[in-house]
Design a protein around this ligand. Sequence first.
Ligand SMILES: [Zn+2]
Length: 295
Amino acid sequence: MAALPLVGTLRPALPPVMPHQAFDVGGSAREPERLPAAGAAAAAAADDNGVDAFDEKILPDQVSGTIENLKVLLTRLSTQGAVWPQVIKDEWELERLEETDSKFKRCLCDNSIIRRCYLKNKKNGNRAVLGDRCLTLLANEAGVEEFRNVGKIFRSFKRVCGHPDDSVSPEYADYLEKRKIWGPREAGFYKSNRLKDKLSDRQKPFKAKLNKIARFALAGAQKGVNVVSDSVGVSANPALIQEAFDQKVINSNALRFYMDVWQKEDGVLSEKQRHYKLILNDNILKAWAAKKLRV
Ligand SMILES: [Zn+2]
């Protein structure tokens, strides 16, 4: 381990990264000195996203070592020479959040998680999935404001799912605005009216529409399948669209298109766009029925 430059700034007593905990980046946590160049690592990580890379549960007495291991793993997925904690601020961004009860994906630390935070490395395209608790611990230590809020966002999501008329938190509203899930008009309306008890007859349905989008935006891919199965004309949600792309059911053009329009009502889409969405829904459902798409 001493020869591994990536962990040079960490404590020497760092526990070794267990092979089963590492992303299968070119294949070997046992031989970190032979990690491939960033481009190859990106391709490998994009290929498997950590799916089925883990088969053992982490033991409770390993938890204190978990955070140290996570630092090593995230640093390894970063560009060469990157050092903690600067690397999490400089290279990693939050792609999206998802809450699901599927056991399909695990945190980078190997724990089974339902609240997933998808991170992307801005420099080499690598991706990593972390649980909200692990990411919050890392963010607090490294002082990354964006990642610190994931717990608040998930809580707001849960709240609005159970109480459809409640307002989402400013943190969740920011999340939706930043990802253009709500447009500027929607986000502006929400900021002005979030705390108002009395809304006009025109404002009420508008807020209800925005809350409906908020209830679907972080839902897992299974929820998306359920909704599209019920009515093929409606939209899938981000989790399902991303899974469909990751599992090669739809291509990158389709991914971009669908992520742009999923929250839009059919009335604002062109005939061509509506038609394309139907084709994508059909492909997704067929792949799911044929077990070529796991959610
Ligand atoms: Zn974790």
